[in-house]
Ligand binder design. Structure first.
Ligand SMILES: *Cc1c(COP(=O)(O)O)cnc(C)c1O
Length: 410
């Protein structure tokens, strides 16, 4: 390592947070192990099924373990869910009906959801006369007066949407404490409203998950934290049975739900990935803190605060300059185990409004629990780096990133 001394200096500053990350991982490891025991996971549950997938014991056990981990009545965990966006879209279509309104209390949802909500002629929520309102966070906090006013005035609001992690924005992830408080306040005004949380990137970063803080539905992707780097695809939706059943009817067909759906290769990677997830998430969290400290020492602004325990696995780095942003992403790519020789180029990805550059030299395509980095090409040119199956990988990649930035600064 060429920048060994520099990196180790930064690492020393992280000692306290690293201990906190280890404690969180230990707590969550026990939570996950307990779930496997309570659900009596057996060797035969690893096996697959075919056709309709009736009596698929593996599928049922996997759903049960996720429900147990996320402390919900039930869960859908499915390789048939194509992505996080798909899992969120399914949940919205499952719960909302024409003339209902969805209220986002964390501002504009993640880029890929824009088409799902506002698309025209594509079967979007708007096409089905489902309304949408958003209330931006102010300085990373809920705009309570505006949220309360909207809930009091607009009785078409049937679902409230909370995005736990930052997504593509310069704000820290929400804590489950903040989520608990806002949900309690919302329930005082509208006890029956359905509260959904986009949990992407937040899983296992804290001692609690959003349903413990009162959320009705919690949604995420299996190629992020809860797949532990092993799940090859899929998403999960965990929550109250009355909602999860409705969402299951969207996943397959009304009246059929999750009774059908098979998966020939078997569920081992999903079970094992979930079991690994607390540890893998901790590796990514440590990598994120180290990246933050290194980039700050080099003079870049990063988020979240490197002095605090991070609440999601994302490290945002502000470059204020397109070419340095691209140099950063290229360097991450060239230090990936897969496709290290490829040069990432900005492209118009499905679902995104700006061009996006993505460094993802991953074993699972697009997996962002693996070390990866993406950035919408728009000022102030922020890279969102996340993941890392091992802390060592992130550390080695950072060493090379630092060298390449120093070279590009010439
Ligand atoms: C990744 C992500 C999504 C969407 O997941 P995809 O798998 O990329 O479709 C939604 N919300 C947040 C906050 C995310 O990080």
């Amino acid at each position: 390592m060429r920048n060994k001394e520099f990196i180790e200096q930064q690492e020393k500053k992280a000692a306290k947070i690293f201990r906190q990350i280890d404690e969180t991982a230990l707590f969550n490891q026990e939570k996950v192990l307990d779930a496997f025991k309570i659900c009596r996971v057996e060797a035969r549950h690893m096996l697959g099924s075919s056709g309709y997938g009736y009596d698929d014991a593996g599928k049922a056990a996997l759903n049960a373990v996720f429900a147990q981990v996320f402390k919900t009545e039930s869960a859908i965990v499915s390789p048939q869910i194509a992505s996080g966006t798909h899992a969120i879209a399914l949940s919205l279509y499952g719960v909302l009906r024409p003339k209902d309104t969805l209220l986002s209390v964390t501002g504009t949802p993640y880029d890929t959801l824009n088409e799902t909500i506002n698309g025209q002629g594509t079967g979007s929520l708007r096409d089905f006369q489902i309304g949408f309102k958003e209330i931006a966070l102010t300085n990373g906090k809920f705009d309570k007066p505006k949220i309360f006013r909207t809930l009091e005035k607009d009785d078409t609001v049937k679902a409230v949407y909370i995005q736990r992690s930052r997504g593509y924005s310069w704000r820290p992830a929400l804590s489950t404490g903040q989520i608990r408080q806002i949900i309690a306040d919302i329930r005082k005004i509208r006890p029956g409203v359905c509260v959904m949380v986009d949990n992407c990137y937040g899983e296992f970063c804290s001692l609690e998950e959003p349903a413990e803080a009162g959320a009705d539905i919690v949604i995420g992707s299996l190629i992020k934290n809860p797949g532990g780097g092993l799940a090859p695809c899929g998403g999960y939706i965990a929550g109250k049975s009355k909602y999860v059943d409705l969402i299951g009817y969207r996943l397959t067909a009304p009246g059929i739900g999750i009774e059908t759906g098979s998966y020939v290769p078997g569920y081992r990677a999903f079970f094992q990935g979930l079991f690994m997830a607390p540890h893998i998430t901790a590796q990514a969290l440590k990598g994120s803190v180290l990246a933050g400290l290194c980039m700050e020492a080099l003079g870049f602004e990063t988020s979240p605060d490197t002095k605090k325990m991070p609440l999601d696995i994302i490290r945002a780095v502000k470059f204020n300059d397109e070419s340095r942003l691209l140099a950063f992403c290229k360097s991450i790519q060239s230090n990936s185990p897969v496709d290290s020789f490829a040069a990432p180029e900005p492209w118009a990805m499905p679902g995104y409004s700006d061009k996006v550059v993505m460094a993802a030299g991953a074993f699972v395509q697009g997996s962002s629990i693996e070390l990866s980095c993406d950035a919408p090409i728009r000022p102030p040119y922020i890279a969102y780096m996340q993941g890392g199956l091992t802390y060592g990988h992130v550390k080695i990649a950072l060493d090379n990133v630092i060298s390449s930035l120093q070279n590009s600064a010439g």
